[in-house]
Write a protein that binds this ligand. Structure first.
Ligand code: UDP
Length: 334
């Protein structure tokens, strides 16, 4: 097909990665997924497995010799492979460095040697820490509060360095609270949607943090996938763009959409009362605008609620246990 590209998606078996793969495949691009399946799941791509334009490779990005061969002749690299979640990053900072920093350098080097045409990096809005300005622009101060935020931001600095020094055309997208189908259903405590949907299925109360008036810029995953593709198609490089929904929504509002009882649990230290992206830069420069409103996105999640049938069920006590180190290291009164 004319105009189709040869792509690599690292972390393509994960939540955001697999939704990006769907969008690329839909547009006729050829995709190689590199994933070590540490949190990504082959099932996220099972609907493509008979499609010859997708190759799914089990490989660890932090080892360049394992991945280099796949970059030959590639046009676009989307680098999403990373360890996510706050608490495990506090407990295992070196693992996060290895995946998110060393892994990023390896993917950059493989891309540079293969002379790929575009490199798009999944950065995190957690770099803003507790922002002073809302909506928050890309120029806001960088204040990582825990190793996940730090390592994703250091990765971004490497990406921009490879752009500036080696002329590898790179773009970094700072993603705000991405949600949607295939949001992780297993493993550690995190991501409010998975927690609440499992609670809804079990008929248990939603564990709302603090008073629930804190707001998040919940951004729907298909909009995020579209932002990645727009960034690859563009000729702009060396730039950072926020990717947000254009709004910010309280946890109480989310509960209102889901319906059901609430159990209020303690406010978590070091967490922002609001996240809200200023998306004027990406709108202007990449011509990207989010399409899925919050009520529409929540409706889609409810339509897929059965996907959370096997998700861990969190409640007050297990959350207190799981977030012990969070309170220990980010708490003020020590
Ligand atoms: N949250 C909540 N109950 C939970 C988990 C999260 O009320 O069991 C809230 C949390 O306080 C935050 C929002 O949901 O305001 C999003 O949390 P998440 O961990 O998904 O993302 P974060 O923005 O903290 O990275």
């Amino acid at each position: 097909m004319a105009g189709t590209k040869k792509c690599i998606v690292t972390g393509g078996a994960g939540f955001i990665g697999s939704n990006l793969v769907d969008a690329l495949v839909d547009q006729g691009h050829t995709v190689t997924v590199l994933d070590n399946f540490s949190t990504g799941r082959p099932e996220n791509l099972s609907h493509h497995l008979k499609n010859p334009i997708l190759s799914l490779i089990e490989a660890d990005i932090s080892n360049i010799s394992d991945i280099e061969e796949y970059f030959k002749g590639v046009d676009w690299v989307f680098h999403l492979a990373a360890l996510a979640d706050i608490v495990p990053s506090i407990v295992h900072p070196m693992q996060y460095h290895l995946s998110n920093v060393d892994g990023t350098i390896a993917v950059l080097e493989a891309s540079r040697k293969a002379e790929v045409k575009r490199f798009v990096y999944a950065a995190s809005s957690s770099c803003y820490g507790l922002p002073d300005v809302f909506p928050t622009p890309e120029t806001a101060p960088i204040r990582p509060m825990y190793p996940y935020a730090l390592t994703k931001n250091v990765g971004e600095q490497y990406v921009l360095h490879w752009n500036n020094l080696y002329n590898l055309p790179c773009v970094s997208l700072r993603l705000f609270n991405v949600y949607g189908p295939r949001a992780r259903t297993t493993g550690t405590y995190g991501a409010v949607f998975g927690v609440f949907l499992a609670q809804k299925l079990a008929g248990k109360p939603y564990t709302v943090v603090g008073d629930g008036n804190q707001t998040r810029d919940f951004t729907y995953v298909t909009d995020v996938a579209d932002a990645f593709i727009k960034a690859a198609e563009s000729e702009i490089s060396g730039e950072i763009f926020n990717v947000g929904s254009g709004g910010t929504y309280s946890i109480n509002e989310l509960v209102g959409h889901l319906g059901g009882p609430v159990d209020y649990i303690p406010k978590r230290p070091g967490e922002p009362d609001c996240t809200f992206a200023d998306i004027s830069k990406i709108t202007k420069q990449l011509g990207w605008t989010p399409q899925i409103t919050f009520p529409k996105g929540v409706e889609q999640m409810l339509r897929h609620i059965d996907d959370w049938r096997d998700a861990p069920l969190w409640e007050r006590q297990s959350i207190a246990e799981a977030t012990k180190d969070w309170f220990k290291y980010l708490g003020k009164e020590q």
